[in-house]
Design a protein. Structure first.
Length: 237
């Protein structure tokens, strides 16, 4: 009798479990969310910005062309600040070419000369350039080289005596830098740029003459705003 009761209870228990299982909803499966896409940094288009830095004398050698001893002072360091505007074309897909124009003022960039006739001062108040750029990008980073035409004020040489000079106001410039896109549409850069204005010769009527190499080194830190941020790059969206 006891065995009969235990068997009956077991059968009832199995039956009720099957009924409850039949009433449960079907199990659903959901896909894991897709991994977020890596951001695509767009260097294409117009940008504008500003910079601050320093300017330093280059080759301070002189050539005394005769007529008496020549005393000189080296070109000192100066504060250098201004702005730039440019345009980039990104291709291939990590390379870019561009064009950039910049101009900046110098706080003080004097070089002084004294010979048997008088005192001379060469002063540069501003520097400007128009350059082409070639760069390589990797995500938010950009490394580049640049080169082109350099310009400066053309009234920088003064003296205590009458003189004539062939001081050039145009020359060439080369440089390079590193730029980083730290926020949408914004990048920061650090850049070295060399300006060369050839050799300046100073002549005094019936007196001594001299010449010197006229070049300047600059180091700049800057920031740019990119107007084309968010527009697609061909072949990358």
């Amino acid at each position: 009798m006891k065995k009969l009761l235990l068997g009956t209870v077991a059968v009832l228990a199995l039956g009720s479990t099957s009924v409850f299982a039949a009433d449960l909803p079907a199990r659903t499966y959901t896909k894991a969310p897709p991994a977020p896409l890596a951001p695509i940094y767009n260097w294409n288009g117009l940008y504008v910005g500003g910079f601050v830095g320093g300017a330093f004398g280059g080759d301070n050698s002189t050539n005394d062309l005769g007529g008496g001893p020549l005393a000189t002072s080296n070109r000192g360091s100066a504060f250098f600040g201004g702005g730039q505007v440019g345009y980039n074309w990104q291709f291939a897909p990590n390379w870019l070419v561009g064009i950039e124009g910049d101009i900046g003022g110098l706080s003080s960039s004097d070089r002084n000369f004294v010979n048997g006739d008088g005192a001379f001062r060469d002063r540069t108040d501003w520097l400007a350039s128009v350059t082409g750029r070639l760069g390589y990008t990797w995500g938010p980073g950009l490394v580049y080289v640049k080169g082109g035409a350099a310009f400066r004020d053309d009234n920088g040489l003064t003296a205590t005596v009458p003189f004539s000079t062939n001081r050039d106001s145009t020359g060439y410039t080369i440089g390079g830098g590193l730029e980083y896109m730290f926020a949408p549409a914004w990048s920061a850069k650090i850049e070295y740029q060399y300006y060369n204005f050839d050799t300046t010769t100073v002549s005094v009527p019936a007196g001594p003459s001299f010449s010197y190499k006229d070049d300047i080194h600059t180091v700049k830190a800057g920031i740019n705003y990119h107007f084309n941020w968010g527009n697609p790059i061909a072949g990358r969206y």
